[in-house]
Design a protein. Sequence first.
Length: 135
Amino acid sequence: AIALEPKASRPYWEAGRYLYLADSGDPAASDLFYAAITICFTPETKEQNTFLLEKFQDLLIQEKKYQVLAGFFQHLVELEPKEAKWRAYLATEYFYLKKYSSATLNIRKAIDLDQSYKQEGEDFIKIIEQENKSQ
């Protein structure tokens, strides 16, 4: 399937999933998963989403693939709209993408959902405003 549709993410995901189920340490499975997410694979479940984030979040940050990360967190927001941490993560990715109004909107929503984000969130809003002014 990959040979037939090399730009489609689903075949990479399915091939990686089968390899991972056979041997979770197989580096080829990781390569296939990574290919799927960088071709904009959208996980269907929270479990798939968090699995891929746990496995690749650091690498995606290192490679500055903020749009991919924003897609993961946006999907998690859709799956769990009352979970403040997903909004906070999404705000961070929007900040790196220079989408300052979206970053501010999401961090404010995180604060509204969970007051434990208030101090750090307000500090982040100040950083966003400073960065936006310097652009």
